[in-house]
Design a protein around this ligand. Structure first.
Ligand code: KIV
Ligand code: ZN
Length: 532
């Protein structure tokens, strides 16, 4: 197959995806996802926005040092605005990778130039040229994105792109930042760029798609871009991202795979059997549930309910199935573990699920696994994922830890919770509080013990497996005042066979995040791209 026809899969789950409201990932979670993305076979991992916070810088540089050093390592990229400080920071983080990339962007639509950046078109041209050139003086792989390209004047867009190529950009990414355009328009946009910026072809510059899903058209637009000549697609696992999200990786990959003849000679080198595993990992670590009817990775994606369909499926799966579930990783051995399973069996299963744990991490999860075996006869993959998510989450919980939670509730009396916590000095704090429900009573009690004014704004609980002994996975979002007095949202989650205990732990996890960011004076949930 011709290298020119390989569709480069640029995964931005850890950057644009992480911009989903409340989806902040800590470093071990980002590293697990990056390792899994490498296993999936993506070509480029945008590991973050290095200048956003010290935590983001560390995450990008450690992913570059580890995943960026694998054999056949993916390119590791960091986002940067078109200024020297951002570009230096991005380079500082990605330079450790075998194949580093700086991805720099500047808006080109009149709306953004006039209202957001308050610069003229000629300032924009100058800034794009100077900063791409500067980035190129540091790194040989430079991607330039004209933000809001979808709403930019095409003639001006061509000028900016010409300048960027002249200054050394090796990839030009064309974002439909606000998810506004339709497939035909996006096709024409990419085609127009190829026809009007001849240096793209002359210098072998790759054109890339970057679509948002505000009108539900992200995948369709991306595929239209590929038909028009784009050879890189920017995507996220499960389509997570700002607002309605980004183009979903699994949808694009499976469209190319299932309709090979239609897209030939373009192909991807993704291992499609890793798709479901990757989706589940991202969903459990970000606490963003996958809708059941989501294409490819939703729980119902291969479920046939109607009698006529079931009859057809029994006679020949081709009647109603365009892809085999195994080809995307469904039905891959769902081994169950139990109380006789040892450390090695647990480690082995976790590896198959895509998690690589240190000795210490494995010891901790093994202790919790044994605990769980006392309460549940069989421990399924979903239980293990829930335990791990809980363990990663508790890394942020260095301020307060739950020792005990008791709740009394029922008909005819006001729910009351008593909670015991240990604080960061190892002192025990205990109190009791009433509430209008048992969860509210726990939250009120935690507020009193930690001295915060947190408010529960979202509460989700789901049983990770079937059966009366299932683990409850609780995800909570709280509103909390930051160091600057403004209100911010923090998420927390926890898993336990007792739903109320999981609720209390999840609430405390969110409060701990808020408190630790306020203590370190970090802008909560970092600088978001929208505010640049
Ligand atoms: O949507 C967008 O415009 C972006 C750019 C920063 C590439 O995410
Ligand atoms: Zn985007």
């Amino acid at each position: 197959m011709n290298k020119q026809d390989q569709l480069i899969i640029f995964d931005t789950t850890l950057r644009d995806g992480e911009q989903s409201p409340g989806a902040t990932l800590n470093f071990p979670e980002k590293l697990e996802i990056a390792r899994q993305l490498a296993r999936l076979g993506v070509d480029i991992i945008e590991a973050g926005f290095a200048i956003a916070s010290p935590g983001d810088f560390d995450a990008v540089s450690r992913i570059a040092q580890e995943v960026g050093q694998f054999d056949n390592a993916p390119v590791i990229a960091s986002l940067a605005r078109t200024n020297k400080a951002d570009i230096d920071r991005a380079w500082g983080a990605v330079q450790h990778a075998r194949r580093p990339r700086i991805h720099t962007f500047l808006a080109t639509s009149d709306i953004h130039l006039q209202y957001k950046l308050k610069i003229s078109r000629s300032d924009c041209l100058e800034q794009a040229g100077d900063m791409v050139q500067y980035a190129r003086s540091l790194c040989s792989d430079i991607e330039f994105s004209p933000e809001d390209a979808g709403r930019s004047d095409p003639a001006f867009l061509y000028e900016v792109l010409k300048v960027a190529v002249e200054a050394g950009a090796t990839t030009l990414n064309i974002p439909d930042t606000v998810g506004y355009v339709t497939p035909t328009e996006y096709y024409n946009l990419i085609k127009g760029i190829i026809d009007n910026v001849p240096s793209i072809r002359e210098r072998g510059v790759i054109l890339s798609t970057h679509c948002h899903n505000d009108l539900g058209l992200a995948t369709a637009n991306t595929l239209a871009g590929v038909l028009a000549g784009a050879r890189q697609v920017e995507v996220t696992v499960n389509g997570i991202g700002e607002r309605a999200g980004n183009t979903s990786l699994e949808e694009v990959v499976m469209a190319m795979h299932t309709r090979k003849q239609f897209y030939a000679p373009v192909y991807t080198r993704v291992d499609t059997t890793q798709l479901v595993r990757t989706s589940r990992m991202v969903s459990s670590l970000t606490s963003i549930a996958v809708q059941p009817n989501k294409a490819i990775v939703g729980a119902n994606a291969f479920a046939h309910e109607a009698g006529i369909h079931q009859d057809g499926m029994l006679k020949n799966p081709l009647t109603y199935e365009i892809m085999r579930p195994e080809s995307v990783g469904w039905n891959s051995t769902n081994l169950v573990l139990g109380k006789h399973s040892g450390r090695a069996a647990l480690n082995d299963r976790l590896k198959q699920l895509g998690y690589e744990l240190t000795r210490d991490e494995l010891d901790k999860v093994f202790a919790r696994f044994k605990d769980l075996c006392d309460k549940k006869k069989v421990v399924a993959d979903a239980d293990l994922e829930a335990l791990l998510t809980d363990q990663f989450e508790s890394l942020d919980n260095d301020l307060f830890k739950v020792e005990e939670i008791h709740v009394t509730s029922g008909t005819g009396n006001t729910p009351i919770a008593s909670v015991r916590l240990t604080d960061s000095d190892g002192e025990i704090r205990a109190d009791a509080a009433l509430g209008n429900g048992p969860v509210n009573a726990i939250c009120n009690c935690i507020n009193r013990l930690t001295g915060v004014d947190a408010k529960l704004v979202e509460f989700q609980v789901h049983a990770v497996t079937e059966g009366i002994d299932a683990i409850a996975n609780v995800t909570i979002r709280v509103e909390l005042s930051g160091a600057d007095g403004k209100k911010y949202i923090y998420s927390g989650r926890s898993a336990d066979t007792d739903t109320l205990v999981a609720s209390g732990k999840a609430y405390l996890a969110a409060v701990n995040k808020g408190l630790s960011r306020a203590n370190k004076n970090i802008t909560p949930d970092r600088q978001k791209i929208g505010s640049v």
